[in-house]
Design a protein around this ligand. Sequence first.
Ligand code: ZN
Length: 258
Amino acid sequence: MTLRDDNRFTIGAVTNAEFKTLSTEKNGSTAGEVVSRLRDMMQRGELSPGDRLPPERDLAKMLGVSRPTLRAGIRSLATVGILVSKQGAGTFVADYAESPMLDSSPLQMLSDLHGFTSDEMFEARLALEMSIAGLAAERATSEQMTLMAEEITGMYASLADPTQYLVHDMQFHQTIAAASQNRILTALMNMVATILFDNRSKTVHRALDLKQSAEQHHNIYRAMRERDPEAARRAMHDHLIETQKAQRLEEKRSSKKD
Ligand SMILES: [Zn+2]
């Protein structure tokens, strides 16, 4: 929202050179240009996590694009999780301090297009989450440990409600990812895990033994408490392998019945 001393265009300062350049490009402007313009602003620190974008009309004017073009640009950044639109409040730069999300739809699309197998998806998750578990065992704060324990309590409390169980399961893994304090691994894990959890949500009501699954999570948690990275990696490994087996069984049961 400031005019920088190098006189480059920023929000609120719409009369300088760069704005004129943009205006002349008006006819050729596309959503892609809107994306790169907003990305530039993020790189220069003119837009930070949590900031609200100026009203659509003002921003369209500043960037020299039509409102539909601006909207398309904003939509594509919202799709990848960079911007968040909040009903009635405007559009914000996403602010995921601990647990950044990368939208999984590009990966899902690639997967549909090229037929990624669920084994590949599991393998990717396994690689990411074993690393994450090892780091989290070393770095988790006591608040994060408490959150993990609460999710496990939630799992035991919802053994009879698989959908609810899965919510706690997902939150447990996200808490561990946040505890790894590596936001890149966290973003990648969230992207991959979302697809797997989406798939699982279609079959989990046929789950045979959620108690066993809850116990696996407890093992992971125990390794965290003991600050034992190797044990944490191993417990995560065993849990994900068992999860994969369980999901396969559920899929089989569902294809028999449907
Ligand atoms: Zn789990």
